[in-house]
Every structure is written in structure tokens, then in C-alpha cells.
Design a binder for this molecule. Sequence first.
Ligand code: 13P
Length: 249
Amino acid sequence: MRKAIIAGNWKMNKTPAEAKELVTALAPLVKDAECDVVVCTPAVDFAAVSEAIKGTNIKLGAENVHWKESGAFTGELSADMLKACGVEYVIIGHSERRQYFGETDATVNQRVHAAIKAGLIPIICVGEKKEEREAGYTNPLVSYQTLIALTGLTAEQVAGVVIAYEPVWAIGTGLTATDEQANETIGVIRAAIRSAYGDAADKVRIQYGGSMNPKNAKGLMAQPEIDGGLIGGASLKAEDFSKVVKYNA
Ligand code: 13P
């Protein structure tokens, strides 16, 4: 069976000192978690966080990665640089990158290849906007986003990625997809993966993201297709995030 994975996405929050304080408080609260626990942090926090999580079950993630190994790409970070800082996971194609920074399905695919080549586990974000759901486009849209992101990977590589289904209308809004909506759309994503990669679809872990919090985590995680969560706001407080991580408690 698929092991659940709960990841925090800190977005543009926390100085190194604040990051250290947060993970130091978090570590004892999640030490016997049954799921994988990841914090995806700003790059300036990598040193503080990787030091603070030594000997714990918390893993470090980044929030983006460039597709080239090095070169004239001012302001960007390569997969090898992330690896060298102790990063194991990387969020790719978050809707905020798509909305504000020109991220496309094609660049998501390039970043996914770079991450996997360097031995990082990509957390690939897909999801529809409110008007797209209302127009009835959710299923083809998330299927397309997913398959473009995975283009050129082997089935074995696909089996190892993490997908995050994040309906854009649920991010930071307090609106959550219902358990059934999230489960259904994640089922659609898994079916799309199955159509191209066969049984690898049974191994891919697919998270839900969008206003997931200590109150709604249990119901979402009880759904058969949902293998985890990508948590924004509720990952910024140790107690809240630990309660999502221990969704069954
Ligand atoms: P919120 O949990 O704040 O809605 O953010 C979700 C998200 O974007 C995680 O990547």
C-alpha cells in the first residue's frame, strides 16, 4: 500500500531563526508519525532546518527548482544545489508559480526531469481554477496537467513521484474541496496516469492541498484515493501542522 505523506509548504514565510524555532517545536510532536513528514521551506532556511531536523523523521523540501544544472539564470537554484543543502523533495508547478511567475506545463515537465535526475522527489502540483470547475473542465484539465508534467519519464520514475491535487479556489481561501470532490478528482488523476503508465498509477502518491487543517484532515485522509496533504497556512504553526500529520489521533 502507499505510505501517506504530509508536507508543509511554507511559501514566502519564516526567517532562518523562525524556521529553526518552528521545526524544533515540531520534531517532538511528530516523532512517531506513521506517515512521511516533509517541510518545504524557502531556500534561505535550508541550513537552519537541515541542522534542526538531524536525527528526526522530518525531511526537507524546496519550493522550486530550475531545469538546468548551472549557468546564467540569475536568481535560480539547480537540483544539485538543493541536494547539497540536504533537500530531498521539491514542489514543482505550484499554482502560485503558474499564476505569478509564468510557470507552464512544459516548464513543469523540464523541472521534474531535472529533479529526478538529481535524485530529488518532485511534488508536482496540478489543479483547476474556480471558473474551470464551474465550466466542467476539471477532469480533462487535471489529466492534461499531470500527463504533460510526467512526459518522458519511465513508469518506474513515475511510480516514485508525488502529485499534489490543489484546486486553486481552495488555496488560502478557507474553502476546502469536500472529501468526495477531492477523492473523485484524485481518482481521475490516477486514471490518467494508469492510461499512460499502467500499474505505476497504484504506486504514485497523490496528495490533496487547499485549506487542509487539523479539523478536516481526518475526513480527507480517510478517502481511498487520497495519500497525503500539502499544507500551506496550517504548516506555519507546529501544533497545527502536527495535528494534520497525526490526522488519525
Ligand atoms: P493553504 O493550506 O494555505 O490553503 O495552502 C495550500 C497550498 O497552496 C499548499 O501548497
